[in-house]
Write a protein that binds this ligand. Sequence first.
Ligand SMILES: *[C@@H]1O[C@H](CO)[C@@H](O)[C@H](O)[C@H]1NC(C)=O
Ligand SMILES: *[C@@H]1O[C@H](CO)[C@@H](O)[C@H](O)[C@H]1NC(C)=O
Ligand SMILES: *[C@@H]1O[C@H](CO)[C@@H](O)[C@H](O)[C@H]1NC(C)=O
Ligand SMILES: *[C@@H]1O[C@H](CO)[C@@H](O)[C@H](O)[C@H]1NC(C)=O
Length: 470
Amino acid sequence: MNMMAPPSRNSLHYSCQILLALGLFSLQMLTPLEASRSKVEHLPGFQGPLPFELETGYVGLGEANDDMQVFYYFVKSENNPKKDPLMLWISGGPGCSSFSALAYQIGPFAFEIKEYNGSLPSLVSRPQSWTKLCNIIFVDLPLGTGFSYAKNVKDYRSDWKLVHNTHQFLRKWLIDHPEFLPNEFYIGADSYSGIPVPAILQEISNGNEEGHQPLINLQGYLLGNPWTTYKEDNYQIQYAHGMGLISDELYASLQRNCKGEYIDVDSGNELCLRDLQYFHECLSGINKFNILASICKDDLRMWRRSLTQELNASLSSRLTVPELSCRDYGFYLATKWISDESVRKALHIREGTIGTWERCYTTDFKREIFSTVEFHANLSKKGYRSLIYSGDLDLIVPFRSTQAWIRDLNYSIIEDWRSWYVNGQVAGYTRTYSNRMTYATVKGSGHIAPEYTPELCFPMFSRWISNLPL
Ligand SMILES: *[C@@H]1O[C@H](CO)[C@@H](O)[C@H](O)[C@H]1NC(C)=O
Ligand SMILES: *[C@@H]1O[C@H](CO)[C@@H](O)[C@H](O)[C@H]1NC(C)=O
Ligand SMILES: *[C@@H]1O[C@H](CO)[C@@H](O)[C@H](O)[C@H]1NC(C)=O
Ligand SMILES: *[C@@H]1O[C@H](CO)[C@@H](O)[C@H](O)[C@H]1NC(C)=O
């Protein structure tokens, strides 16, 4: 018998019988679930020991405590983890792994963008990591996202299930990490997570008021280009006009014929439909995540498809290797990196739980919340701080749409529109409102602003989280 061969089904069965005989079976089954948090000191592709503290782990949710296993990456603040705030980060999608935020946006490492040649992609440090001054939990939620798994993933994929599961995850995580209970707590999110996150905050706040333990030291939240009203698409027209992507005449005609409603157009309104068709033709070659960036037709399997149907149509080809110059090349490298056995071992991924890792798993998600404006109003009445920012080159959730719902909150203006600066240059514009809400644009940035302009977003975050004006 070749001792090196993987155990056959029979030999596995045989060892189970022995374990059963020894009364160890249940222990054996529980052990991997109990060992649910691990320090990661090295990552394949990163030279030397990690210069930051990374923990990965699972939190079991559900009746039996193991129905649902939620995976997270936790990076301790590189400054003063005891005193610095704790933030939970939830990427958009719905269903994009928060690995996206960790590796491409605000985390301490990034992929080195080099052509893939079969060797493991390399990782480098990101100098503008938000973990320089904040403890961040990057969580894979809803269930089915990233490395989180469940017996029947489909049962847990809706806005409200995501809300409840996140709340439960957080309480359990804090019970496991009581040393972080005193830290100020924030939630950060972007894109689609503009929908669930205000509801999660409200649930946390209600839970605190009802005395649920442990109490969560909730201070506020920040949202980047957040999906909020499902009316975002209506503002694409104004935005495209302002940015010179459509003519004055088409803009006037759209306003005249559609009367401000560009989403639910009456099928009998032929003039409006004709204008919209022209509008979409004008925009068909534009990268909607960043109107100044090149378009990469071959990127696929992106959460973006679920956001707007028009994008769905333009992205329905098979996954191919993106061009090296495309933003998506990094996503491609991630799938190569993370499917490597050595990486999974280093991250302490439970064997056999996830086959192919997908950066975004967007299927079977039930949408239940269609506007979060009232949640924002409720949250700010309770005194929570917020930072809402818009990468100003984003066409998907254009700044006009975000500014419109903020205006609808009727908050009084504390400090009016002014530029904010990084290294003596205008980095965007900001305005502060009563109810501790700060709004900011990030100049020259796209849909996920920290991904495009980390050198601006890091100072923005660091000022805001330190209670300083931008
Ligand atoms: C890929 O390129 C790197 C250098 O960038 C080299 O060290 C490695 O051996 C190459 N791998 C293969 C499989 O050719
Ligand atoms: C996206 O495209 C696929 C096929 O191209 C289609 O089956 C699906 O219904 C589309 N989804 C949306 C939200 O339009
Ligand atoms: C906002 O708060 C009010 C009063 O507590 C509550 O009745 C309402 O349901 C809340 N809104 C949302 C969207 O939860
Ligand atoms: C803001 O004011 C308008 C007009 O006075 C009102 O219709 C709307 O309900 C207000 N919005 C909120 C969130 O209170």
